[in-house]
Write a protein that binds this ligand. Structure first.
Ligand SMILES: C[S@@+](CC[C@H](N)C(=O)[O-])C[C@H]1O[C@@H](n2cnc3c(N)ncnc32)[C@H](O)[C@@H]1O
Length: 492
């Protein structure tokens, strides 16, 4: 690293707590449709994009993109959406370069931090004024340190304990070795986090506390679903995509039925809220559906948040998938801050994609305390209608209620929820969510991750992948959720 102190413009970094405004939520892309045809009739809109043939991560506009085009320092790693080139030292960067803080580090024995800047290979020692001028960057640094301190108190793994120090204080070894995987983690963390920040949701980073670091995961990061055209057509044709009044007229055939049967709701406008009725019209079991030969264990259940947007999940049965959340749309007349729109509001707690061990690989951990019943994040990927069963389902999440038979696949494109590890006694669960901001949007299946109990800083967020009988069959990968776990994850 080149140690210089350049004159720079006011450095800036986005705050992890700077989650989107309601205006941002209304205008951001809700999903993208992937079409194979170049002569498609599909037209993009303000609410969704149309992608031809293949989704490709792009380097976000900004100094990193500029550096990728003009810089001569070549990174030893190549990942989608991450600049391959940087500006080599201050000298190479253009005079009007837009210096943006990438990350901040503590240095042993120093009171002021050191920083890296987007699009540049330079590491700067900062002066005492930096902290006051960059409160968001300092907040992020403190969050990382709180996470590492929590790990220090809870982990028994001697190697992790040894490496915590490396992540708390920048060492000379790292300082002088630009080829170290540590800097690759920094880049992948920064650019993936930036996607969250630009989308108006809380951020995250990747961390590997191993002496011999493994490469960070290589996949295309997306903050919203990419829906294959065939799946999109199924969504469009589904009853769920109808506007509320059409649905009421078609399914119930009698609009007045509902007025006498309202149940309490935490919606800001309970007298207008349509969510419980939508559940009745679309998803509630009827006697017919329970006699259906599909081997459903329990009747479907509607999960409703309280006024703070929390679900009561104390007695949650995480074995059965037959639960659904129905979120408000413009049909309910509430604002975007309504507690029944928790998924729409997006991730608010910072998370860490953490390398657990060579069996589990990467998992997800809390960087801030999460409360029981609290929304954590969304499972995002490619929404598809599988044609056969010859799929490797490791990153598949099957949709059973909203548009039955669709799958969300996060293998090639996905978000941080693809890393949630399995635990036989999990502390979180995926829940299908009927959610769209506007009734004019087609209804695309979405899946929320909620905490089943309080999750402390540093703790792994886990879900149960399979039913008890499958886990105890004795076949498949040995489960590593805890020492001596007797269960196995069925082999795909
Ligand atoms: C959806 S992926 C999770 C992300 C994955 N760990 C990674 O690094 O990309 C599911 C895979 O994670 C691993 N895994 C997750 N939880 C596990 C557990 N409790 N025991 C063993 N392997 C686990 C298994 O290889 C499983 O097929």
């Amino acid at each position: 690293m080149d140690h210089v102190t350049p004159v720079k413009d006011q450095a800036s970094t986005e705050s992890y707590s700077n989650v989107g405004t309601s205006q941002q939520r209304r205008t951001r892309i809700a999903f993208a449709i992937l079409t194979r045809s170049s002569k498609t009739e599909l037209q993009g809109s303000k609410r969704f994009a149309v992608i031809h043939r293949e989704f490709k991560s792009e380097i976000p506009n900004g100094p990193g993109k500029e550096a990728n085009e003009k810089g001569t320092w070549v990174c030893p790693f190549e990942y989608p959406g991450i600049p391959k080139n940087k500006f080599f030292s201050k000298i190479e960067a253009p005079e009007d370069f837009d210096w943006k803080v990438q990350n901040v580090f503590k240095i042993k024995g120093e009171t002021s931090p050191a920083t890296t800047y987007e699009g540049s290979d330079v590491l700067w020692y900062e002066d005492d004024d930096f902290a006051a001028a960059n409160p968001d960057a300092m907040k992020l640094l403190e969050t990382r340190h709180r996470f590492l301190e929590a790990l220090q108190k809870t982990t028994k793994d001697p190697e992790v304990l040894k490496c915590i120090d490396r992540d708390q204080y920048l060492t000379k070894e790292l300082f002088n070795n630009q080829q170290h995987l540590y800097w690759h983690y920094e880049d992948v963390s920064y650019y993936h986090n930036k996607i969250h920040v630009d989308y108006g949701i809380a951020g995250f980073s990747y961390m590997c506390l191993r002496e011999e670091m493994v490469a960070p995961p290589n996949f295309q990061y997306i903050p919203y679903h990419v829906v294959k055209e065939s799946a999109y057509k199924r969504c469009l044709a589904s009853k769920g995509s109808k506007k509320y009044l059409e649905l009421e007229a078609e399914v119930a055939g009698n609009k007045s039925l509902w007025s006498s049967k309202r149940t309490p709701t935490a919606c800001e406008k309970p007298e207008k809220c349509k969510c419980n009725r939508i559940f009745q019209l679309l998803y509630k079991d009827t006697e017919d559906s329970l006699e259906d030969p599909r081997d459903r264990e329990l009747p479907r259940k509607l999960l409703q948040p309280n006024k703070a947007g929390f679900l009561d999940l104390e007695h949650f049965n995480y074995i059965s998938n037959q639960k659904i959340i129905v979120e408000c749309s413009n049909a309910c007349g509430c604002s975007e801050e309504c507690p029944r729109r928790r998924l729409q509001q997006g991730q608010k707690k910072r998370l860490v994609v953490f390398y657990e061990n060579e069996i589990i690989g990467f998992g997800l951990r809390a960087a801030e305390p999460i409360k029981a019943g609290e929304y954590v994040t969304e499972y995002v990927g490619t929404v598809l209608a599988p044609r056969n069963n010859n799929r490797n389902p490791s990153y598949d999440l099957g949709i059973e209620i909203v548009v039955e038979g669709l799958v969300i696949d996060s293998r090639k494109c996905g978000n941080l929820a693809r890393f949630v590890a399995h635990a036989c006694e999990p502390n979180a669960a995926f829940i299908e969510t009927h959610s769209r901001i506007f009734e004019t949007d087609p209804l695309i299946p979405r899946v929320s991750l909620y905490a089943l109990r309080d999750i402390a800083i540093g703790e792994a967020v886990t879900i149960c992948y399979y039913s008890r009988d499958k886990l105890s069959s004795g076949k498949g990968i040995k489960c590593a959720c805890r020492p001596n776990c007797p269960n196995h994850l069925p082999k795909n």
